[in-house]
Design a protein around this ligand. Sequence first.
Ligand SMILES: Nc1nc2c(ncn2[C@@H]2O[C@H](COP(=O)(O)OP(=O)(O)OP(=O)(O)O)[C@@H](O)[C@H]2O)c(=O)[nH]1
Ligand SMILES: [Mg+2]
Length: 299
Amino acid sequence: MKHRSGFIAIIGRPNVGKSTLLNALLGQKVAAVSPRPQTTRKKQLGILTLKDAQLIFVDTPGIHFAKHKLGEFLNYEAEDSLTGVDLILWLVDAATPPTEEDKNISTLLHGIAPRTRRMLVLNKTDLVQPDDLSARESEYLALIHNASVMHVSAARRLGLGELTEALIQAVPEREAEYPEDQITDLYEKEIAGDLIREACLIKLRDEVPHSLAVRIDEFKERENGMAYIAATLLVERDSQKGIVIGEGGKMLKAIGSAARKEIEEMGGRKVFLELRVKVSKDWRDDPYMLKQLGYGKRK
Ligand SMILES: Nc1nc2c(ncn2[C@@H]2O[C@H](COP(=O)(O)OP(=O)(O)OP(=O)(O)O)[C@@H](O)[C@H]2O)c(=O)[nH]1
Ligand SMILES: [Mg+2]
């Protein structure tokens, strides 16, 4: 059998489960996941190496109607991923009808990448009555031309084998691009930053999570086999700083302990995690801060 390989961009509106799908396909957690929109802020590769194929997924931020410079960057990251890939996997939420954001994605998809092969994937099928699924499929299929369609539940790991098989058939005959032991293109330090932000997104309510960025200040391997990580949580206002720290430091402690568990699981070793909180006024609209945090266009 000839070897197949290709780049597959996973795009869709926020919160449809793109990062959950990436982790599920890889069988390993490389990307942060949370119930809040805009969890993913940078594109990230997830590389699945099989016997006769290598699928190189590009997880992207959710495409949405931006309200900040940060949002503009997120959309840019996602839209940039539409070009130069072999296949576009448009992931949608089967539990809801298409939204204005989905219609916008449809326009972008056909405008930016009119000739790229594409696949529509309905996720969260575990939340849909089986009888309603085909009507939902038709609603989404009306927004995409010449696409094949698959159904999955990334969270329940349903339909993933069939999806993987269909993806292998959809990429070209080509040699592997990456060494077989490479799983992602991000450093552990960057993923650790995302896992800390993931803990914040899960623990904090309301508008605070979106006003929050994580900066890793130190990441050191200690001789005793532990890793030492110091990170700063940047928020936009004093009031948010109070919320993140919590009464008697309780919230920050809970965030730290949830994040530490995830980072330990990823690296397979103990982690000492030190967090502090700092106010950086309106950083989401501050081009200098955005660049410092790595949310700047790379070209
Ligand atoms: N019920 C159900 N929930 C799911 C499924 N897949 C993902 N989720 C949940 O949907 C939420 C969003 O998942 P993410 O993977 O962070 O979504 P995303 O598309 O990467 O979101 P952004 O990075 O913000 O664009 C999380 O709470 C997931 O647990 C699914 O198949 N079924
Ligand atoms: Mg994501």
